[in-house]
Write a protein that binds this ligand. Structure first.
Ligand SMILES: NC(=O)c1ccc[n+]([C@@H]2O[C@H](COP(=O)([O-])OP(=O)(O)OC[C@H]3O[C@@H](n4cnc5c(N)ncnc54)[C@H](OP(=O)(O)O)[C@@H]3O)[C@@H](O)[C@H]2O)c1
Length: 286
């Protein structure tokens, strides 16, 4: 298959690049904004048609959650309009689109893990723009798998794991919120799951929205403690409340995702977050 990966310099795109070496029967087209700006509809259409693309993996996004409250037009163009352009091209060229979304589409007020059927109610502009992107994909009628994920991290790019290691070393003391509960996701595990989905011979009969994160549940505070311990960084971590760490965008207090559907439909087995965190820290130490 000819597989287009957008936003391939990001966390998820980089993990797909690494993984692509094990999938020699496919031809990958790794692009980021310099090669293919997904907000340019005519360029998207030409790229997909001219290269005979069979599968589009949309890893491109506007992910600056707080800045999105100000830069709403840009966030909407990348997270909402552009997935619609990709979906439109997928429909015209009979491609499968795998589109990545977020736990921020939920309001975070649940008391048990979210399922695909739970109502969405984003509380931030980022969440709103990502939900609009999902809707554009669904409304296009193309063959699409939408994967909502949470707390993504990797050895590459800016993320919580790297921030905790940096500030932990520099400051020796950190305050981290304990009243936001969710599940971290190692980008390498998500990349693996995406390739398993793409290679499923029956994938076109299994299109729809799915949830994916690592197994297990934690708070940002507990996650930080584990990151620092596994990294061998001596740092005192103090749990604080969200109200004492105000940010422009509201975060869901609870965004644990129920992965039953993705596991059962695609036979995916998901590692526990601690197991994957250990591997990412090994990556970072190398
Ligand atoms: N990070 C998280 O915690 C998290 C949590 C839940 C879900 N997600 C979702 O997971 C997916 C992957 O996230 P990620 O963390 O890998 O994102 P990322 O590291 O921010 O990577 C996104 C990539 O897309 C590129 N991009 C931006 N605008 C573009 C455009 N117009 N055309 C083409 N490429 C463009 C970015 O380039 P620049 O860097 O130059 O802008 C970047 O290389 C996204 O859909 C995100 O919404 C992320």
């Amino acid at each position: 298959m000819n597989i287009l990966v957008t936003g391939s310099n990001g966390q998820l795109g980089t993990e797909l690049k690494r993984l692509s070496g094990s999938f020699t029967s496919h031809v990958f087209f790794f692009t980021d904004v310099a090669e293919l700006d997904i907000t340019q509809q005519s360029m998207v259409q030409a790229f997909v048609k001219d290269n005979g693309i069979d599968v589009i993996l949309n890893c491109a996004a506007y992910t600056a959650v707080d800045k999105a409250e100000q830069e709403q037009q840009l966030a909407y163009a990348i997270n909402a309009s552009a997935p619609g352009f990709l979906a439109d091209s997928a429909l015209k060229n009979n491609c499968l689109l795998v589109h990545v979304s977020t736990d921020y589409v939920y309001d975070g007020k649940a008391y048990r893990p979210y399922t695909e059927l739970d109502p969405t109610a984003p509380e931030s502009y980022y969440g709103y723009s990502k939900l609009a992107g999902e809707q554009a994909v669904i409304n296009s009628g193309c063959a699409a798998v939408i994967l909502r994920t949470s707390w993504l991290y990797s050895a590459h790019g800016a993320n919580f794991v790297k921030t905790m290691r940096k500030y932990g070393k520099e400051r020796g003391k950190l305050n981290v919120v304990f009243d936001q509960i969710g599940s971290p996701t190692w980008a390498a595990d998500l990349a693996n799951a995406i390739m398993q989905i793409v290679e499923d011979p029956d994938v076109r009969n299994k299109c729809g929205t799915y949830l994916f994160a690592n197994e297990g549940v934690t708070s940002w505070y507990d996650f930080a403690v584990e990151i620092l311990q596994m990294s061998g960084i001596a740092c005192q971590v103090t749990p604080i409340e969200t109200k004492d760490y105000p940010l422009p965008a509201r975060r869901p207090h609870y965004s644990v995702l129920n992965k039953t559907l993705v596991k059962s439909n695609f036979g995916i087995s998901i590692p526990h977050w601690k197991e994957s965190l250990k591997k990412c820290i090994q990556d970072l130490n190398e």
